[in-house]
Design a protein around this ligand. Structure first.
Ligand code: IPE
Ligand code: IPE
Ligand code: MG
Length: 241
C-alpha cells in the first residue's frame, strides 16, 4: 500500500461544458468556473505537500470545437493569467506551459512567456498547464529533436526531450467528469501512473474530492511488475531453492 501523498498529481479537468449546460449557461461560463476550481485545487495540493501538479487545459483536438468556444478559451487564458499570476508568485508556485506554441496567437504566447518568467524560481509547487498539448505530439516532437541531433533513441533520451523533461512522471492521474479515457494526455508518462476516475464535474471538484482521490491512491499497491511478496520483503529469499 502506498501511504504517502502523491508527489506528482496530473488531472484531466473535464466536465466544464456539462456543468454550464445544466445551468442554462454558455459553455464558456463552465470554463470560467473551471478556473476557480483550478485555483482551489492548486492551493489544496500545496497545502497537502504535493510537489507537482500537471493539468490538461486544452488538447490538440480541442481546436475542433466551435470557433466561439475556442476563442473564449483563448481569451480566458490570457485574462486568468493576468489575474492569477501575482497570487501564484506569493504562494511560491512555479508555472510552466506544456504544448505546441506555434499554433497560438502572439497575445497568448506572450502571456505564457510572461507568466513563466514571473513565477520562475518558485519551488513550493510546480504547476504544469498542458495547453495545445497532445501526448502523441509530445512523443513525436521529442523524437524529432533527437533525430535533428543524430542522437540515439533510448527510453531515457526520449523522455528527456519530452515537454515534462526531467520532472518525475505522475504518480496519480485524476479524470473528473465521468469519462474513463486519457484523451491523448501524457501517453508516455502515464505508463505506471495510478488512474482515478470520478463523476464530479471539474467546476465542482473541491478539497474533499481531492482528498478522496488521494485516499484511493494511498490504497493502491504499486508493484511496477514485481509481486506483492517482493514488495513486502525486498531482500530475495536465499532459502527458497
Ligand atoms: C474540459 O471540459 C475543458 C476543456 C476541454 C477545455 P469540457 O469542455 O470538455 O466539458 P464537457 O466534457 O463538455 O462537459
Ligand atoms: C480532454 O477533455 C481535454 C481537456 C480536459 C483539456 P475532452 O472533453 O476534450 O475529451 P474527450 O473529447 O471527451 O475525449
Ligand atoms: Mg469534455
Amino acid at each position: 500500500m502506498s501511504s504517502a501523498v502523491p508527489h506528482h498529481i496530473a488531472i484531466v479537468m473535464d466536465g466544464n461544458g456539462r456543468w454550464a449546460t445544466r445551468r442554462y449557461l454558455p459553455r464558456v461560463a463552465g470554463h470560467k468556473a473551471g478556473v476557480d476550481a483550478l485555483r482551489r485545487c492548486v492551493r489544496a495540493c500545496a497545502a497537502r505537500g504535493v510537489s507537482i501538479l500537471t493539468v490538461f487545459a486544452f488538447s490538440s483536438e480541442n481546436w475542433n470545437r466551435p470557433q466561439e468556444e475556442v476563442s473564449g478559451l483563448m481569451e480566458l487564458l490570457v485574462i486568468a493569467l493576468s489575474r492569477e499570476v501575482p497570487q501564484l508568485v506569493t504562494d511560491g508556485v512555479c508555472l510552466r506551459f506544456l504544448g505546441e506554441r506555434a499554433g497560438l496567437s502572439a497575445a497568448v504566447r506572450s502571456g505564457l512567456v510572461r507568466a513563466e518568467a514571473a513565477t520562475a524560481g518558485n519551488t513550493r509547487l510546480h504547476l504544469n498547464v498542458c495547453f495545445n498539448y497532445g501526448g502523441r505530439w509530445d512523443i513525436v516532437q521529442a523524437a524529432n529533436r533527437l533525430a535533428q541531433r543524430g542522437a540515439t533513441v533510448t527510453e531515457e533520451s526520449l523522455a528527456a526531450e519530452m515537454q515534462m523533461g526531467q520532472l518525475p512522471e505522475p504518480d496519480l492521474i485524476i479524470r473528473t467528469g465521468g469519462e474513463q479515457r486519457l484523451s491523448n494526455f501524457l501517453l508516455w508518462q502515464a505508463a505506471y501512473s495510478e488512474l482515478y476516475f470520478c463523476n464530479t464535474l471539474w467546476p465542482e471538484f473541491d478539497e474533499h474530492a481531492l482528498d478522496l482521490a488521494i485516499a484511493a491512491f494511498c490504497q493502491r499497491e504499486r508493484r511496477f511488475g514485481k509481486t506483492s511478496e517482493q514488495l513486502r520483503d525486498p531482500a530475495p529469499s536465499q532459502q527458497a531453492a
